[in-house]
Design a protein around this ligand. Structure first.
Ligand code: E4P
Length: 220
């Protein structure tokens, strides 16, 4: 399963990259605005930091303008994935990007029908926003299961990328369902290895170990 960081903060990306488990990055217009940096500059820097795919989102709403923005983004670095909202215009653009060999991430996916269209149009990734569905009392993971089945039924090569992830259980459920990827904020990525029993257990081992004199002295 690919794990992506969902941010445009390069210091966060460096930190996660140094753990050795980061496969890529997803950004969105809100992330870029929060970074306070010029869009293309920050995308270029992120692409240089990570080997894997880096999603950068178009902000046009018409297919032709999405194409212009997406072509520009795809020239920033070879690992750019053009992120396109799964609207009618977005689906049209995804089809054209796919015909031009430009990778895409269909974003703002809230229904299985959107995911089906995005896959048919040739999207590289499709991103269901599970946390936003949960927040309005829908079941984000049900959508992930439905998309998994649809993709498998028709052997679509489109990768299922779980987005708007809020907690470790979302990641585990996504993995159990067989999602290809999940994109997480740094705090959620950190929480994957945090557990109170780990801290308690480690402290106990260290306390016991401290009672052994010269535990690492060379055996002779
Ligand atoms: C996905 O690629 C999006 O950037 C992201 O997951 C949006 O999630 P949010 O609901 O945390 O903004």
């Amino acid at each position: 399963m690919e794990l992506f960081l969902d941010t445009a903060q390069v210091d966060e990306i460096r930190e996660a990259r140094d753990w050795g488990v980061l496969d890529g990055v997803t950004t969105n217009p809100s992330h870029v605005a929060a970074s306070g940096r010029p869009f293309l500059e920050v995308v270029r820097e992120i692409c240089a930091l990570v080997d894997g795919p880096v999603s950068a989102e178009v902000t046009a709403t018409l297919a032709d303008e999405m194409m212009e923005q997406g072509r520009l983004l795809s020239r920033v670095a070879p690992n750019v994935v053009v992120k396109v909202p799964a609207t009618r215009e977005g689906i049209k653009a995804i089809r054209q990007f796919s015909d031009e060999g430009i990778s895409t991430n269909a974003t703002l996916v809230f229904t299985p029908a959107q995911a089906l269209l995005a896959a048919k149009a040739g999207a590289t990734y499709v991103s269901p926003f599970v946390g936003r569905l949960d927040a309005i009392q829908h079941h984000g993971m049900e959508l992930v299961e439905q998309i998994r089945r649809i993709h498998d039924n028709y052997s679509f090569p489109t990768k299922l990328l779980v987005a708007a992830v809020r907690h470790p259980d979302h990641v585990v459920e996504a993995a159990l369902i067989g999602a290809d990827a999940a994109t997480l904020r740094l705090d959620v990525l950190r929480s994957l290895y945090e557990h109170p029993l780990v801290n308690i257990g480690l402290q106990q081992f260290l306390d016991d170990w401290a009672r052994i004199p010269n535990a690492f002295r060379r055996y002779e």
